[in-house]
Each structure stands twice: as structure tokens, then as C-alpha cells.
Design a protein around this ligand. Structure first.
Ligand SMILES: CC1=C(CCC(=O)O)c2cc3nc(cc4[nH]c(cc5[nH]c(cc1n2)c(C)c5CCC(=O)O)c(CCC(=O)O)c4C)C(CCC(=O)O)=C3C
Ligand SMILES: [Fe+2]
Length: 374
């Protein structure tokens, strides 16, 4: 798809590790999973019970693990067809297969240096800094046996992430009654996070919102081009707020926003979950159940676009990112694919990037994964 990366040489990498959030796969796993997610994170018990009820509605099974298995299959297919011949491993922060167990298996298999793809496209503590901490903790657990790890750059503006989203929005929009399509608002949604965390995201701060604005703009521009319509209005809004109510989180909430659009006379919308790689619980509950109920109550026609998921173009993007980073590690200057105006994201997070809002503030970063001071 994107032949930006030169050749097919993945050296010094000898494996790819997919690092994700994890989710329960049965009713008995919901409570221990939620305990893992929220340990030390100040989530009120009411919110925890609410989240538990969402999983219960789906038989205690989150879709996220099956979706990650599909993504791995798509990447393996891409590697088999075009190279490089790298094994793909999978570990999670909050549920089996746990990252530490996977890293131990990698070491046992003789892996010495792996590229790491995190299933989050954007900079933030939850989507970047916390995963760095998880990687460092897993390496520390293994000691000298631990493989070296390099986390791949944020892919929010990579065409392999954006282009499938554009297609999915076009398809969702086409499912609206024809008369409503011209006025249909694209409501781009992502996970809300505390405003203080948003401000410290990325190397220069505010990366979380700026990156999402760029992706939203790119998706809207792609849709406009595809549907040949002069005006495709869009907004960026937030969902799945958690945490105590006195702490400010990013707004507006998607449900409040639908109310606002309705009051302004907007009759139809396409919900576009740009903040997520797959249609996991935050999508199938918070949008397809909760926001859909809000729309129904308001009498608005609202459809939801699918996420990028395991689209072959995304699997090809993962291959690009691995080869690109491998070339950098060999001292080359590869082409780096990125749409829009922000350019390719940084390879190595500097000290203080995406710090833990509840932590000591200094942050633990990419260079530390090699045991070198950041
Ligand atoms: C930015 C972001 C992403 C996107 C980046 C990425 O993809 O990583 C994301 C993804 C996800 N969040 C998920 C689930 C949950 N997130 C929670 C809680 C929280 N998320 C936060 C942020 C994010 N979360 C935050 C700031 C909290 C408050 C607690 C804390 O400060 O850490 C809670 C606790 C209950 C609640 O509060 O809702 C649950 C159950 C699932 C799995 C879904 C499934 O099972 O299919 C996924 C992919
Ligand atoms: Fe970061």
C-alpha cells in the first residue's frame, strides 16, 4: 500500500509486540479486570459499578480481545505476503495475555529486540505514558533476560489509519435517508480525559487534542472529497468520562452535544469514533447503546461509523512503521508517511512527555526502554 519504507529489512528487530488494553472474556472476569484497570486511579465506586453493568449487558465479554486477535492475523498475513519475516506477539495491560507473561515468552523464544505497536493512535497518559510504564515494569521483572523494546510512533495521521475511517464514514452516511445526508453532521468522538492530563500530553503539551483535531480534519476532508459535497460539517467531542465529578475532563460530552445539535435544528449525524482503533466496549456501549438512546429520545437520525480495526491498509501501515523505525535504528533516514500538516510523530518520547497525573511528574520514557538514561 505505502511503499515509503525502503526495502524489507527489519533488523535490528526480531519481533513485533502488539500491546493493548485487554478486556474480560466472561462474567467471572469482569470484576477482576475492572480492579486491574482502576487500581490506584481514583475512579469512584459508582462509575465502576456502571462500567461493570455495561460489560454484563454483553455477557461479560469485551470485544477487544477478539479484535486484537483479528488485527494480529491481518499483520501476520501482511508479513507473510510482503515480509519482513517477524513473529508477532501480543500482551495486555489489564488482562490475559498479560504483558509480563508475553515478554517472558519472547525472551524464552530468543527475542532480543522487539518493535512495539500500542493500540492507541494518540499521545496521552492512558494511551502512551502508561504503556511506557507497563513496558518498563515488564522489562524490570525479567531483568537481564528482557528484550530491548522500541515503541512505534503515534499513527493518528498515517493514511493506513485515516483512509479506512473515511470509507467507513462514507458508508455510514450513505445508510441515512437521502434527504438527511447533506445536513448530516460528522460527530467525531474520542475518550475524554482530565483536562490537566490533556495539557501535559505529548512533548510540547496539548498533543491529545491537537492530534485528534488533525485526524478529525483529515477524515472530514476525505469524506468531503469522496461524497463530492461542498460542505461536510464536523465537530470533535468526547465520551466515556470517568473519574470524580469535581475533576474537570474534556468536554463537550457526545450526549450533551447531540442535545445541542438537535436544539440547533440538526436532524442527522454520523458518530465517528476516531479515538479508538477497534469497535470495543467504549464504542459498542457508550455510542451504540448510550448515545443511540439519546438520539432516539431526541428523534434524531444517528448512525455510527466503524473504526479502522484490522483493515488491510492498517496492517500495511504497521509494516511501514516497523520498517521505518528499523531503518532509523540502523542510522538511515527513511521516508515517513503522514497526511496533513503535523508531520510524522516523534519516535522517542522525551522526559516529561505524557506523565502520570497521579504520579511523581517526571515520567518514564522511551530511551529508558534500552536502559540508557532518558
Ligand atoms: C484515553 C483512553 C483510551 C484510548 C486509548 C487506548 O485505546 O488505550 C482508553 C481506552 C479504553 N478504555 C477501556 C476501558 C476502561 N477505561 C476506564 C477508565 C479510564 N479510561 C481512560 C482513558 C482512556 N481509555 C481514563 C483516563 C480512565 C479513568 C481511569 C484512569 O485514569 O486510568 C475503565 C474503568 C471504568 C470507567 O471509568 O469507565 C474501563 C473499563 C478500554 C477497553 C474496552 C473494552 O473492554 O472493550 C479501552 C480500549
Ligand atoms: Fe508520550
Amino acid at each position: 500500500m505505502h511503499d515509503a519504507a525502503p526495502g524489507n529489512d527489519a533488523g535490528p528487530f526480531d519481533a513485533l509486540l502488539l500491546l493493548s488494553f485487554g478486556g474480560p472474556e466472561g462474567p467471572d472476569e469482569v470484576v477482576p479486570f475492572l480492579e486491574n484497570v482502576t487500581r490506584g486511579r481514583g475512579v469512584p465506586p459508582e462509575r465502576l459499578a456502571e462500567a461493570g453493568a455495561h460489560y454484563a449487558q454483553f455477557g461479560g465479554v469485551s470485544p477487544i480481545n477478539a479484535q486484537n486477535r483479528e488485527l494480529i492475523a491481518a499483520i501476520e498475513k501482511e508479513f507473510a505476503a510482503r515480509g519482513p519475516a517477524l513473529p508477532v506477539y501480543w500482551g495486555n495491560r489489564n488482562w490475559r495475555p498479560y504483558l509480563t507473561d508475553t515478554l517472558r515468552r519472547m525472551a524464552d523464544d530468543g527475542v532480543r529486540h522487539a518493535a512495539v505497536l500500542v493500540t492507541s493512535a494518540y499521545a496521552s497518559y492512558s494511551g502512551c505514558g502508561q504503556y511506557h510504564e507497563n513496558l518498563l515494569a515488564a522489562q524490570a521483572e525479567l531483568g537481564d533476560a528482557a528484550p530491548r523494546l522500541d515503541k512505534l510512533r503515534h499513527f493518528f495521521n498515517h493514511p493506513g489509519f485515516v483512509e479506512p475511517l473515511v470509507d467507513h464514514v462514507v458508508a455510514a452516511r450513505a445508510s441515512l435517508p437521502e434527504a438527511l445526508r447533506p445536513g448530516a453532521r460528522l460527530v467525531m468522538t474520542t475518550h475524554s480525559i482530565p483536562t490537566a492530563t490533556a495539557e501535559t500530553s505529548g512533548p510540547d503539551g496539548n498533543a491529545y487534542v491537537r492530534q485528534h483535531q488533525e485526524t478529525a480534519r483529515l477524515v472530514a476532508a476525505g469524506v468531503k472529497k469522496a461524497v463530492k459535497f461542498p460542505h461536510v460539517p464536523w465537530d470533535l467531542v468526547f465520551q466515556s468520562r470517568s473519574g470524580p465529578p469535581q475533576v474537570p475532563w474534556l468536554e463537550p460530552d457526545v450526549n450533551d452535544h447531540l442535545e445541542r445539535l438537535h436544539a440547533d435544528g440538526v436532524r442527522a449525524a454520523v458518530l465517528v469514533p476516531i479515538g479508538f482503533l477497534s469497535d470495543h466496549m467504549e464504542v459498542v456501549y457508550d455510542l451504540d447503546v448510550e448515545a443511540a438512546a439519546t438520539a432516539e429520545r431526541l428523534g434524531m437520525q444517528v448512525v455510527r461509523a466503524a473504526t479502522t480495526g484490522s483493515d488491510p491498509r492498517f496492517a500495511a501501515a504497521v509494516r511501514d512503521l516497523v520498517l521505518e523505525r528499523a531503518a532509523v535504528l540502523r542510522g538511515d533516514h527513511p521516508e515517513r508517511c503522514a497526511l496533513g500538516t503535523m508531520g510524522p510523530s516523534h519516535d522517542v518520547c522525551p522526559l516529561g512527555c505524557c506523565p502520570d497525573p497521579r504520579g511523581r511528574g517526571e515520567g518514564l520514557r522511551g530511551a529508558a526502554l534500552h536502559g540508557t538514561p532518558a
